[in-house]
Design a protein around this ligand. Structure first.
Ligand SMILES: [Zn+2]
Length: 308
């Protein structure tokens, strides 16, 4: 199971998808968890989980939380405002892959994350946003960080769902393997991969995104985009939506943004999203001026695998 998180530093984080309690009985040993670092941090900050039914959300459960987080958990009015923000920004017809909504406290680290609810079904996703990143919920302004975070996380669902990626093994995959499955040939993420990753992908490891970025700067819209093709798509999609015009430069970063203009349904979606907010003062990457952006770092998606 993987998560795509927007962390505050750069931008995206992964909270953890690994639900420790879920497997605790079957797998009592810690060493079944791979790449999770501190397992106890997995659900730290998780507040409330909701089931999504079109524009409505229904509470599934409150997570056990520390005393300091109680007030955030009990601020259901804000949870609903956060969800309402999502519904105003992203058209209903384009949200059908989002089956759960989670509110968590990012503690200045994590902005948002997504993960498939079931590893074997890429048609149903959990969409999680940090309550402490939700500063402005009344007005949708494309300069705001929370708007950016929502678009970024949505970009993951858009590019990793079952219409774009099919469950299969890496071994049998001739296109970009997302971690959950094999991307289809003409999928957004595989096209992005063909354009800007195929020749350098082997150089990427779990923790050398900064090296990749420094070496191939002109390929990336942000440093966080160099994390992996999944994060790159989410960042490129965010620029595609929030920039007023298609870029005209020759850099691979610009070419990646222009690639999305080749998909008519994405152009239509872009127009729809932009019609929902204030775009007049928009400038590419202006959310980077938000102090939160500098404070937080985008995290990397993590794998949570358990071994029998
Ligand atoms: Zn992300």
């Amino acid at each position: 199971m993987k998560q795509y998180r927007l962390v505050f530093l750069a931008f995206i984080l992964l909270f953890t998808a690994c639900k420790k309690d879920q497997f605790a009985e079957d797998f009592p040993e810690e060493d079944q968890w791979e790449d999770t670092g501190d397992e106890t941090e997995d659900e730290e900050g998780a507040l409330t989980l909701y089931r999504v039914d079109e524009d409505q959300i229904d509470r599934i459960k409150d997570y056990p939380v520390s005393q300091e987080l109680k007030s955030f958990q009990q601020d259901y009015a804000k949870h609903f405002k956060m969800w309402e923000f999502v519904t105003r920004l992203i058209p209903l017809a384009e949200r059908d892959k989002i089956a759960e909504f989670e509110v968590f406290h990012g503690n200045g680290d994590l902005l948002g994350y997504v993960l498939p609810i079931d590893d074997n079904d890429l048609g149903r996703w959990r969409f999680a946003l940090a309550i402490d990143a939700a500063e402005e919920l009344e007005v949708i302004n494309f300069k705001d960080l929370f708007t950016y975070v929502t678009i970024h996380e949505y970009g993951h669902v858009l590019s990793l769902n079952d219409e774009q990626v099919s469950i299969s093994s890496e071994h049998s995959c001739n296109n970009y393997f997302t971690g959950e499955g094999c991307s289809r040939q003409n999928s957004y993420i595989n096209r992005l991969f063909e354009l800007g990753w195929k020749d350098i992908h082997k150089e990427l490891t779990e923790d050398n995104a900064d090296v990749i970025y420094e070496k191939y700067k002109d390929r990336f819209v942000t440093d966080y985009a160099a994390t992996n093709p999944g994060e790159d798509f989410a960042e490129v999609f965010s620029f595609f939506v929030t920039q007023e015009k298609a870029p005209t430069g020759q850099s691979l970063a610009d070419q990646k943004i222009r690639l999305l203009y080749e998909f008519p349904e994405l152009v239509a979606l872009r127009e729809e999203i932009r019609g929902n907010g204030i775009t007049l003062s928009l400038r590419a990457g202006s959310w980077q001026e938000n102090p939160l952006y500098k404070k937080f770092r985008l995290n990397h998606r993590k794998s949570c695998k358990h071994h029998h």
